[in-house]
Design a protein around this ligand. Structure first.
Ligand code: SF4
Length: 211
């Protein structure tokens, strides 16, 4: 098991999107992504070059510090965080935050779902991509399904994934227009109006210009 992981950045802020929007959270952005979305807004995380490997002790200590300062949960994101096995990191976070507080900090994972699940997160946000469909095990266990919308095909894809997810995990359903994607914004607003099982997600941190 890895004792280090490549970290792009880690910071304490507010969750900007999805089901937990507006809540205090500590973010760990891991490097590495081979999914290759053309519209990706974190392309600097694709390669592990230029991103130093940090010890899991250091990372989990930073989470514990943020927990004592009010972070309600930790978000492991990327890149694609499941390109790495997260068992050691998540166990370390559970252990160290239990000592820092009475309960371990909840662990949230944001993933495209292309890799096997690891780390036993408390909350999985699945953000699947049409060109790299997610694994069934993640569709079946996610708590939140968040599909980025640029065009009509993305809505069909969202419904298809939701149909499979609803049989088992019954996640909260979010449609999120791509950033600066005018067609995606229009389609999403109209779709949510007429399909009330879906909710709108916006990247509020980008609107506010904060991390
Ligand atoms: S999966 Fe996420 S990090 Fe990877 S290319 Fe797509 S948007 Fe970017």
């Amino acid at each position: 098991m890895a004792s280090t992981l490549p970290v792009v950045e880690k910071f304490h802020s507010l969750q900007g999107e999805g089901a937990h929007v507006g809540r205090s959270a500590f973010f760990i952005r891991l490097a590495s992504c081979k999914v290759g979305c053309s519209w990706c807004d974190t392309k600097n995380s694709w390669s592990t070059n230029n991103h130093p490997k940090e010890s899991i002790d250091n990372i989990s200590q930073a989470v514990a510090n943020a927990y004592t300062k009010g972070a309600a949960f930790v978000v492991i994101t990327g890149g694609e965080p499941l390109h790495h096995n997260l068992d050691t990191l998540c166990n370390a976070i559970r252990n160290i935050t239990t000592r820092a507080n009475t309960q371990p900090i909840p662990i949230h994972l944001e993933t495209s779902g292309v890799d096997p699940l690891s780390g036993r997160p408390n909350w999985i946000t699945l953000s699947p991509k049409r060109h790299a469909p997610p694994r069934k095990e993640i569709i079946n266990t996610c708590q939140e399904l968040k599909v980025i919308v640029h065009n009509q095909e993305d809505l069909l894809f969202a419904e298809d994934i939701a149909k499979h997810a609803n049989k088992s995990s019954q996640p909260l359903l979010f449609l999120q227009p791509g950033w600066n994607a005018k067609e995606g914004e229009k389609l999403t607003l109209e779709y949510v109006k007429t399909h009330p099982q879906w909710r709108l997600s916006l990247q509020t941190h980008k609107w506010l210009g904060v991390l």
